[in-house]
Design a protein around this ligand. Structure first.
Ligand code: BDR
Ligand code: CA
Length: 311
C-alpha cells in the first residue's frame, strides 16, 4: 500500500478524499493535516475531526495547520462549501478522534523524517501553505518523500479567475515553493477534476450503499451539487479532491502530460496561474506532470469500492 499524509481543508470533496483514502486497501492513511482554505482553519479542522469520527479513524493522526497563507490575506469559499466549510449533512461528534498537539507542518516533518526514504507520499487537496512551511522547517523532506500529489491548478482555464484555480490562488507563494522544491509533483488540476462528476447515476450508487457513510456522502453531494449549479453552472458536482487519491490507488485510470510547471505570483490578470510548459517533450530530469484525462467508470468504481468498505 502507498503510505500517505493527506493535507486538506474539508470541504465536501476533501471529505470524499479522506473517506476514499481511509477505505481503500491500496492506501495507508497515516495522518490528516488541515489548513485554512475553504474556510478558517478552525472550521475545517472541526470538519476533518467529524469526518474522521464518522469513519472511525482512530488510528490516524490529525493536526491543525496554518491559519493564513504565507503572505496573502486568506480568502474562503463559502459560496461552494457554506459558512461552516461543510454545510449540508449533520456533523457527528468526533468521539475518540482527537488532535495531535503538533502543528501540521511539524507533524509532516516528523513523520517524513522518521520514515524510510520513499516511504511517504504527500497528498494535498487544499492551499499548499502547510507543505511550504514544512519545506521551510526541514528542506530535506524534499528528498525523503516518494513524491507529492495535489489537487490544484489547471493546464488551461481556472475556476476562480480565468487564470487561477482556488487552491493555488489562495496561496500562490506556497504553491510556487512546492513546485520548485525538486521533489516529484503530480498536479491533478481542473482538466481531470471537472471530469470527476458525481452524476445522478453515481449519486444513486453512493446513496444505495445503505451505510452511514453512504448517507453522509449523499447528503454532502446534495448540498455541493446545488452550490456548483448556482455558482459555476455544473449539473453534476465535480468532486475535485478525489483525483490525487484515486491517482495513487491506480494511476492507469488517468492520462498525464509531462512538463515543467511554475506558478505565477506577480501577474495582474494571471495571478495564481499554473504555467505548464508543453512546448517540447519534457527532459528526463523533469519531475512535474499534470493529469489531463480520466476513465470515468474505473474512477468511480474505485471510489465506491472504497466507500463500501467503511461502515
Ligand atoms: C478546490 O477548491 C476547493 O474548494 C475544493 O475543495 C478543491 O480542493 C477546487 O478548485
Ligand atoms: Ca479542498
Amino acid at each position: 500500500a502507498t503510505t500517505i499524509i493527506l493535507d486538506c481543508d474539508p470541504g465536501h470533496d476533501d471529505a470524499f478524499a479522506m473517506l476514499t483514502a481511509y477505505g481503500h486497501p491500496a492506501i495507508d492513511l497515516v495522518a490528516v493535516t488541515t489548513v485554512c482554505g475553504n474556510q478558517t482553519v478552525d472550521l475545517v479542522t472541526r470538519n476533518a475531526l467529524a469526518v474522521g469520527g464518522l469513519a472511525g479513524m482512530t488510528d490516524v493522526l490529525f493536526a491543525r495547520g496554518a491559519e493564513h497563507p504565507l503572505v496573502r490575506e486568506h480568502r474562503a469559499a463559502p459560496d461552494i462549501h457554506g459558512d461552516t466549510g461543510l454545510d449540508g449533512p449533520p456533523l457527528p461528534d468526533p468521539g475518540a478522534v482527537t488532535l495531535d498537539p503538533r502543528s501540521a507542518d511539524q507533524l509532516i516533518v516528523d513523520l517524513v523524517m522518521a520514515a524510510e526514504p520513499g516511504e511517504i507520499t504527500l497528498v494535498a487537496t487544499a492551499p499548499l501553505t502547510n507543505l511550504a512551511l514544512a519545506l521551510q522547517r526541514e528542506p530535506l523532506i524534499a528528498e525523503r518523500v516518494e513524491g507529492v500529489a495535489i489537487m490544484g491548478g489547471a493546464v488551461g482555464q481556472g475556476n476562480i479567475t480565468p487564470s487561477a484555480e482556488f487552491n493555488i490562488l489562495v496561496d500562490p507563494e506556497a504553491a510556487a515553493a512546492v513546485f520548485d522544491a525538486g521533489w516529484s509533483v503530480t498536479m491533478m488540476g481542473l482538466e481531470v477534476s471537472h471530469q470527476a462528476l458525481a452524476t445522478p447515476e453515481i449519486r444513486s450508487r453512493i446513496a444505495g450503499l445503505g451505510t452511514d457513510i453512504g448517507v453522509f456522502a449523499d447528503q454532502m453531494l446534495e448540498f455541493f451539487q446545488a452550490r456548483y449549479l448556482e455558482h459555476q453552472g455544473f449539473e453534476s458536482a465535480p468532486v475535485h479532491d478525489l483525483c490525487p487519491v484515486v491517482g495513487l490507488i491506480d494511476p492507469t485510470i488517468f492520462e498525464f502530460v509531462r512538463g515543467p510547471i511554475a506558478v505565477e505570483t506577480a501577474g495582474r490578470l494571471t495571478d495564481g496561474r499554473t504555467v505548464v510548459d508543453l512546448r517540447l517533450p519534457a527532459g528526463d530530469d523533469c519531475r512535474h506532470r499534470a493529469g489531463v484525462g480520466l476513465d470515468f467508470d474505473r474512477f468511480w468504481d474505485v471510489v465506491i469500492d472504497a466507500l463500501s468498505r467503511l461502515g
